[in-house]
Design a protein around this ligand. Structure first.
Ligand SMILES: [Zn+2]
Length: 675
């Protein structure tokens, strides 16, 4: 019965909504009504053959189309404003009037859009008579009807505002949204962890089952992009076209590589630094055949949108548009020329990727330059323990000295084939948690990357014991040395932790030789994604060797370290956990060889299939990057806490009345001051 009633309702609804002319598609309406004035590019009747990629997108506006959220990540000049937004608005005014929200990057763009471009589009379609004339009421100072922020028409309205003030959005509800310049949206602090769309969604909920919201933008920097994550949640449509040589469908990419064709995409020759115009062509990724620019237009018109991913839900769609698909204006030669220039200049490269290819740009170097700890080098020499300086800095005594070793390199069949490198750092820990790096170096000459075999005459080391090129005797010399403080004391390394994740049996053997001083550490086998650390242990005993080996939850310490890295040594007295470094010398503690390694990893959010944040994962920026000194630092921070734990255990065994589970670094420092 209820089913029947709802069926009747559907039927009634269908009859009454027939005033919407169902058989006119938005693209068809534009082609029949929109006229581009003389003097503009491509004057005359609008024709989607001139921008075929926007036809399907504007047709999403048809009330029968099930799509609710439509993302367009695009190059700057493709003509999405005209093909989708302006043509969309005139269609809606005539055939599906509704409250519409339009955004632009800033106030000037809102004014330009509402004062010039949109009125021109409405006028060119002969629909300006639908706009209610402006009606300025005396004394009220507020006008309605036709203004620079609102245009009213029978059954609907168009309201424009900047995307920058999303939180100041009027408490009005909309059915249609063109959120243009979406990348420029500014979020308040509380909103920063959520996605931008969730902030505006509330304005559309009254029409949840009928709304159509377009998120449109050219992307910018990868780390802060808002349009790229939105694009990735959709079905990621690209325009595929048949190759005039082989007939296979493929999509345009500036460059690409595959196993059959090697290099495909835009190819060109350079003479005296200039791109030779006749040499520019597109190589097909399927057959390797070359395609001439003259064939491009017909090829694009024969193409179609194809989804390349599973969307977060069936009503969420996303499109990507680049200038490689430009059917007039930008040529492949233009792109080749700009690319040729862009490879020499970072800013040009960013502009090219964003504005021409519609891709984000990943900033790699800037963060290293802004790395606070690279400025934290102090007036002490490598190998000296700056106990006096630590007190001067307000950090108290250096109470503990730890060493950490990270094992890497290549292990062959015997010691003559081995080529390994042990990286180490010696670290002084002050009472308030601040640290002073004492030395950071390596034993062995192996280099990360594919050129590790370049110099065959360099001395190569091994992790095997009792052979001439073993790393262990060299390590023992460093480990068992006496170190001088800057106030006349002699100190030794209290604890040394060694990575046992690699060359495990040889590392164990070294632990056997150095009981009570050397301990094994290993990161969790699976790099877990965690968003809540409340119940996670910092480290736990290893099942294999309970007495002297520990399994580490590295992500917790990496989060802490990321926090420590923000503290400047110049703040006096220093804040807790400030990181201090000696004067660089002999290639040690330089930006390139040392500090850059602290930036080798980034913390990336991970989402489940529904787009919900699951947690974060520390990942290398790129696979070849060297981060051994950062690993050493992470191990050294663990070494301090492992030492305190073992120390408390020993005190307890000796009969001290302490709770070993709540005996921390501060308790240890207090204890050491009183003995
Ligand atoms: Zn082909």
């Amino acid at each position: 019965m209820i089913d029947q009633i709802s069926n009747y309702r559907k039927a009634f609804k269908a009859i009454f909504s027939q005033k919407i002319v169902r058989d006119v598609m938005p693209s068809q309406f534009a082609e029949e009504n929109r006229v581009i004035p003389q003097g503009e590019p491509l004057p005359g009747k609008w024709n989607y053959d001139n921008s075929p990629l926007t036809r399907e997108i504007v047709d999403v506006l048809h009330p029968d189309n099930p799509i609710r959220i439509c993302v367009v990540m695009k190059s700057a000049q493709y003509g999405v404003s005209d093909g989708v937004i302006h043509n969309g608005i005139i269609y809606l005014m005539k055939h599906a009037p509704a409250p519409i929200l339009l955004t632009a990057g800033d106030g000037d763009l809102v004014t330009k859009s509402m004062g010039e471009r949109i009125p021109a589009a409405i006028r060119s379609a002969g629909l300006y008579n639908l706009i209610r004339p402006s009606n300025q009421r005396k004394g009220k100072g507020r006008s309605s009807g036709d203004t620079l922020t609102t245009k009213q028409f029978p059954g609907g309205s168009l309201t424009a505002q900047t995307i920058q003030s999303l939180n100041k959005m009027r408490q009005t509800t909309y059915k249609i949204g063109f959120l243009d310049d979406f990348e420029s949206a500014v979020l308040t602090n509380e909103q920063r962890d959520g996605d931008v769309f969730s902030v505006v969604k509330g304005r559309f909920t009254r029409y949840a089952d009928q709304m159509k919201v377009f998120l449109i933008s050219t992307p910018t920097l990868k780390d802060v992009s808002k349009i790229e994550p939105a694009f990735l949640k959709g079905d990621q449509r690209y325009w595929f076209m048949p190759c005039p040589r082989c007939g296979e469908y493929f999509r345009f990419e500036m460059f690409g590589k595959n196993s059959t064709i090697q290099k495909y995409g835009i190819l060109y020759d350079v003479e005296d630094g200039q791109v030779i115009q006749d040499s520019v062509k597109y190589r097909c990724p399927c057959c390797g055949g070359d395609i001439d620019e003259k064939e491009k237009g017909a090829m694009i018109r024969a193409g179609e949108w194809r989804p390349t991913a599973k969307p977060m839900n069936e009503t969420y769609r996303s499109y990507h548009i680049s200038d490689l698909y430009s059917t007039f204006g930008t040529t492949w030669f233009d792109l080749a020329e700009e690319w040729n220039e862009a490879t020499k200049d970072k800013l040009k490269l960013k502009a090219f990727l964003n504005l021409r290819l519609g891709q984000t740009y990943e900033e790699r170097r800037q963060e290293v330059k802004s790395l606070v700890i690279a400025h934290n080098t102090r007036e002490y020499e490598i190998g000296t323990i700056p106990n006096y300086l630590s007190n001067q800095d307000g950090n108290g005594d250096i109470t503990l000295i730890t060493m950490a070793c990270d094992l890497g390199g290549h292990i062959g069949d015997d010691e003559t084939e081995d080529d390994v490198r042990l990286d180490y750092e010696i670290l002084g820990h002050s009472a308030n948690g601040s640290t002073y790096s004492i030395d950071a170096g390596n034993i062995g000459t192996y280099k990360v990357g594919k050129n590790w075999d370049k110099n065959p005459n360099r001395p190569k080391y091994t992790y095997r014991h009792n052979v001439y090129n073993s790393v262990w005797p060299v390590l023992s010399d460093i480990l068992n040395k006496e170190y001088l403080t800057d106030d006349g004391q002699r100190r030794m390394i209290n604890i040394c932790v060694i990575d046992t994740g690699y060359a495990t049996m040889d590392a164990y053997e070294y632990l056997n030789q150095n009981p009570g001083v050397c301990f094994g550490v290993k990161g969790e086998s699976e790099r877990k994604v965690i968003s809540d650390y409340t119940d996670v242990k910092l480290f736990k005993e290893s099942n294999e060797r309970k007495l002297d080996c520990f399994i580490l939850t590295e992500s917790i310490m990496k989060d802490r370290l990321a926090d420590f890295m923000k503290k400047s040594a110049a703040t006096q007295p220093q804040q807790e956990n400030t990181m201090n470094f000696p004067q660089p010398a002999a290639g040690k503690y330089t930006l390139k060889n040392y500090f850059a390694q602290y930036e080798a990893e980034v913390k990336k959010p991970e989402y489940d299939a529904g787009g919900i944040l699951k947690g974060y994962r520390w990942e290398k920026r790129h696979s070849g990057s060297d981060d051994h000194f950062k690993d050493c630092r992470v191990y050294n921070l663990f070494a301090r806490d492992i030492y305190v734990k073992l120390f408390a255990k020993q005190l307890k065994q000796q009969g001290a009345k302490i709770d070993e589970n709540s005996f921390y670094w501060s308790n240890f420092c207090n204890y050491m001051n009183h003995v």
